[in-house]
Design a protein around this ligand. Structure first.
Ligand SMILES: *[C@@H]1O[C@H](CO)[C@@H](O)[C@H](O)[C@H]1NC(C)=O
Ligand SMILES: *[C@@H]1O[C@H](CO)[C@@H](O)[C@H](O)[C@H]1NC(C)=O
Ligand SMILES: *[C@@H]1O[C@H](CO)[C@@H](O)[C@H](O)[C@H]1NC(C)=O
Ligand SMILES: *[C@@H]1O[C@H](CO)[C@@H](O)[C@H](O)[C@H]1NC(C)=O
Ligand SMILES: *[C@@H]1O[C@H](CO)[C@@H](O)[C@H](O)[C@H]1NC(C)=O
Ligand SMILES: *[C@@H]1O[C@H](CO)[C@@H](O)[C@H](O)[C@H]1NC(C)=O
Ligand SMILES: *[C@@H]1O[C@H](CO)[C@@H](O)[C@H](O)[C@H]1NC(C)=O
Ligand SMILES: *[C@@H]1O[C@H](CO)[C@@H](O)[C@H](O)[C@H]1NC(C)=O
Ligand SMILES: *[C@@H]1O[C@H](CO)[C@@H](O)[C@H](O)[C@H]1NC(C)=O
Ligand SMILES: *[C@@H]1O[C@H](CO)[C@@H](O)[C@H](O)[C@H]1NC(C)=O
Length: 793
């Protein structure tokens, strides 16, 4: 009976949505904004909040002490007016009562923990309940803000969002109860109606692991734990679809080194009856994180801390924005939640009858509480490619909700108490080094300028395809909004100056035609970066500069150096790159005092660089040819992960996929240039393969590509290496420091790969994909040999 009614109800809703939902923005029937402690109307988050003093929602209650307060000065200034006042309850319970219509409501409680009227924020513990649900118990806002500050920059204010279904009593009451010898406070209360069927559904949610979990019916209260615009930046409440939800970026929750790729487009999203336009704003569906095509070997994983001992509902949003993907069964992936398979064959095209329109999927999971303490635990979400023409997978948005257990949503406060935020970490400023990554970083920046034009082309093509009509006008503003704001960050000049100690000469790590490169420490994100400051005299216009950043930020791969931010304040043109702690590959191979790299490390660096190159060759409709592959353009991060840099000479391949070359002036570095390209002036991706073959020999033999003091036969590493390979004496010319370390089978395979890359005729050389495969095979051979032979032999 129960389910029947609900189902009928929902059917009715669906039929009404068909006719109206796509035609109307969601208009909340109830929308209360209360600025607690304020006596008049204020503006915060671009909305008008009424003061709660003398408010009709505060019933007369003579036994209650509540008073207004303004936070004292020692705290960071409140980000919104809402936080300048709070209402404090220091004796007994206190209830706000809101007359609302029947139906589901968002309830948002805003907190700004600070010292109010000499009451220290760390002494505030209280409970909050609403309509019979216990929302918070012995809650400490100051501890919560510390917890929230862990993965992200310091959080001074935050809100808790709950979803409560108001029954026919048509009252939403909120009761604050201070813990003994403590006090409660609240800065703002927000109540917004939501569409009836956004979360409350007739169908049961799909639960993992369990045969069944609780139904999300009108007796269930939910708490929003995460709402992420995956692969995009933050979205503020005013840019939501009339529900005033805030969306966060997902970068802080990516687990492991594989960040995948982020994509964005700004053509309109076509909503459907099943996914009406209030489900999520367009920008959520217009940005995504995908695995990239080289993903057979990893899971794209998010780790999201949640409270143990509760059921959680995960809502995954998908929308196809990659133009190559056009139909069902072309790109099928798996979805794992907490290491269990949630979806064996995820195919957003299949789910949308081949349209690729936005669609969301809900999954329920129980997070077990092993020790009964309700501590935080990571909730895992992972994508893994499965089958199809493209091995990939993507996600556009993610929402995580906690479901009440026996009327209770509260968990203990986060354990960690707040330590004083670490002040600016000191890092040793190295004396000016001789040969360093800067040349490379510089090149990368300079190269970026070239790269930019190529990318503009790519993205424009791409837009056109997605739209099926003329490409939209692109304004710098829309680009800015498409930037994944936490990965390609807009820094203030103040931050950059602080990071580089006012552009202190001691921080300079490189110098070049475009300007200087500094090593800097970013206070907010707490990481070391390479900061490139372009000369103000550079003629590049402001708009181009911005567009370039937007473009560069789209090309992301584990094995390509990333642009993480920029600063365009005050006429400055500053680019911020990830800092490559170990410098260039060359610095660790020869002419160096660095300890020799082990053979396995060298192999994995080569594999990484090969993957980066393969990505460039295959990532877009038109291949990108690097044109300057060499050991100084392969940078190493602190974990020895190889990253290609310096796209200064890069070229975009022909538009015609059948035409494999572009004709250009011959450019590149001596000793690395493909002889065929020199002769024909025709550049192909095989020219990169040749240069990569040269790098393989450098790594094996630890010597420069050209060494004039040697005998004629040996001057060129390539000629020498190839002749040794032919004569079967390659083992005689390897780096003596590696002697005995390389298994003969591994050397044979490695030599074969290097030699094939160096074939005179481009068409005979392998593709980078084959190179990756060959090197991985060589690594396996090495591993097998190592297992067979005990270490001490
Ligand atoms: C939903 O679509 C309608 C038109 O179809 C539009 O008027 C409305 O503004 C949209 N709502 C949102 C939140 O985008
Ligand atoms: C609550 O605050 C009022 C106003 O500051 C004060 O007079 C009263 O003593 C406080 N009560 C307790 C129990 O701290
Ligand atoms: C609150 O913080 C102060 C310092 O700001 C500290 O002395 C005090 O012990 C803390 N109290 C609690 C209950 O943590
Ligand atoms: C709050 O609402 C619930 C359910 O509507 C009701 O049971 C409870 O008595 C109310 N509490 C107060 C203090 O009004
Ligand atoms: C509330 O939490 C604090 C800190 O964890 C603890 O010291 C206090 O005893 C708790 N109070 C109650 C009533 O549980
Ligand atoms: C809640 O759901 C039950 C069962 O479907 C239904 O009978 C009841 O009318 C619903 N209540 C409200 C307030 O919608
Ligand atoms: C899931 O796998 C990760 C490693 O990928 C592991 O750290 C984690 O503990 C696992 N989680 C569960 C719930 O088994
Ligand atoms: C991906 O995650 C699933 C589930 O946790 C696990 O079984 C699988 O081994 C993982 N794959 C890789 C390559 O890490
Ligand atoms: C949530 O609370 C409601 C009302 O108290 C209760 O009926 C329901 O069983 C609870 N859900 C769970 C999973 O305990
Ligand atoms: C709700 O759960 C918290 C934490 O588990 C517990 O301290 C509190 O007593 C519970 N509240 C109710 C009303 O059951």
């Amino acid at each position: 009976m129960f389910t029947f009614t609900l189902r009928l109800f929902s059917l009715l809703l669906i039929s009404t949505t068909t006719s109206t939902a796509t035609a109307q923005p969601y208009q909340a029937t109830d929308h209360f904004l209360l600025d607690c402690g304020a006596s008049s109307t204020t503006t915060s988050f671009s909305r008008r909040w009424s003061g709660d003093e003398h408010s009709e929602f505060l019933p007369f209650n003579s036994h209650v002490t509540s008073f207004l307060s303004t936070p004292t000065a020692q705290y960071p200034p409140p980000p919104e007016n809402l936080y300048t006042t709070s209402r404090i309850f220091n004796t007994s319970s206190f209830t706000y009562k809101f007359p609302v219509s029947q139906g589901p409501k968002f309830l948002r409680l805003h907190f700004y923990p600070a010292t109010y009227s000499n009451l220290k924020e760390n002494q505030s513990f209280f409970s909050v309940s609403s309509n019979g649900y216990s929302l918070l118990t012995n809650f400490s806002a100051s501890r919560t803000s510390c917890f929230l500050s862990q993965p992200r920059p310091k959080v001074s204010s935050f809100f808790k969002e709950f979803i409560i279904y108001v029954k026919d009593t048509q009252i939403l009451n909120i009761t604050f109860t201070p813990s003994p010898n403590s006090y409660a406070f609240i800065n703002g209360i927000e109540i917004v109606s939501m569409p009836e069927n956004l979360h409350f559904k007739a169908e049961k949610y799909k639960y993992l692991d369990q045969i069944s979990g609780p139904v999300v019916d009108n007796y269930t209260a939910l708490e929003t734990i995460y709402r992420l615009n995956v692969g995009g930046g933050q979205i503020s409440s005013k840019d939501d679809t009339g529900l005033y939800r805030s969306w966060d970026g997902d970068d802080n929750y990516i687990f492991g080194a594989s960040f995948g790729l982020t994509w964005g487009m700004d053509s309109p999203i076509v909503y459907t009856t099943n996914t009406p336009n209030y489900t999520a704003p367009e920008i959520v569906y217009q940005t995504q994180r995908s695995m990239g095509l080289l993903s057979q070997h990893y899971n794209l994983t998010w780790a999201l801390p949640v409270d143990s001992g509760f059921y959680y509902l995960l809502r995954l949003h998908f929308c196809n924005i990659i133009p190559q993907y056009t139909k069902k069964f072309q790109m099928v992936f798996k979805i794992f939640i907490n290491n269990q398979t949630a979806e064996h064959e995820a195919d957003p095209f299949f789910w949308t009858q081949g349209s690729g329109c936005p669609v969301y999927k809900d999954y329920g999971v129980y997070v077990v509480d092993p020790d009964g303490k309700g501590n935080k635990q990571d909730l895992w979400l992972a994508l893994h490619p499965f089958y199809g023409q493209y091995l990939d997978g993507y996600l556009n948005g993610l929402e995580v909700f906690k479901l009440n257990m026996t009327g209770n949503l509260s968990s203990p406060n986060p354990e960690r108490s707040c330590t004083t935020p670490p002040s600016r970490l000191t890092y040793p400023i190295k004396e000016k080094k001789k040969k360093t990554p800067y040349g490379v970083i510089l090149g990368c920046v300079g190269g970026g300028l070239v790269m930019f034009s190529l990318l503009v082309l790519m993205v424009l093509c791409y837009r056109r395809r997605t739209m099926g009509k003329s490409s939209p006008r692109v304004t710098s503003k829309s680009f800015r909004s498409l930037l994944p704001s936490d990965r390609c960050h807009s820094y203030t000049l103040k931050e950059v100056k602080f990071a580089t100690d006012e552009f202190n000469e001691n921080c300079v790590i490189g110098n070049g035609g475009f300007g200087k490169v500094y090593k800097g420490y970013m206070e907010k994100t707490r990481n070391t970066v390479a900061i490139k400051r372009l000369n103000k005299s550079s003629s590049q216009g402001f708009h181009e500069f911005q567009t370039e950043i937007a473009m560069l930020s789209k090309l992301r791969h584990v094995h390509l150096v990333s642009l993480i931010g920029y600063c365009d304040e005050n006429g400055e043109m500053i680019l911020v790159y990830e800092y490559m702690a170990q410098g260039t590959l060359q610095e660790h191979v020869y002419n160096t005092n660095n300890p020799p790299l082990s053979w396995k490390t060298r192999l994995s660096i080569c594999i990484g660089a090969a993957k980066g190159l393969h990505y460039l060759h295959t990532c877009g409709k038109r291949r990108i040819i690097h044109r300057d592959v060499k050991s100084t353009n392969i940078l190493l991060d602190e974990k020895w992960v190889a990253k290609l840099s310096d796209f200064g000479l890069s070229k975009l391949g022909s538009k015609d996929p059948l035409k494999t070359h572009v004709s250009t002036l011959v450019k590149g570095s001596l000793g690395y240039i493909d002889p065929e390209y020199c002769k024909t002036k025709q550049l192909t991706d095989k020219s990169d393969v040749y240069s990569f073959g040269v790098v393989l020999l450098e790594v094996l033999c630890s010597r420069p590509v050209i060494l004039r003091r040697l005998s004629d036969e040996q001057v060129s590493l390539v000629t020498w290496g190839k002749s040794c390979y032919r004569r079967g004496t390659l083992h005689e010319i390897i780096d003596p420091k590696l002697s005995g370390e390389i298994a003969p089978e591994c050397l044979r395979k490695f030599g074969e790969v290097a030699n094939s890359c160096l074939h005179e005729e481009g068409s005979e050389r392998p593709s980078m994909e084959d190179v990756v495969w060959g090197l991985e095979f060589a690594l396996q051979l090495q591993d097998i040999a190592n297992e067979a032979v005990p270490e001490n032999q």
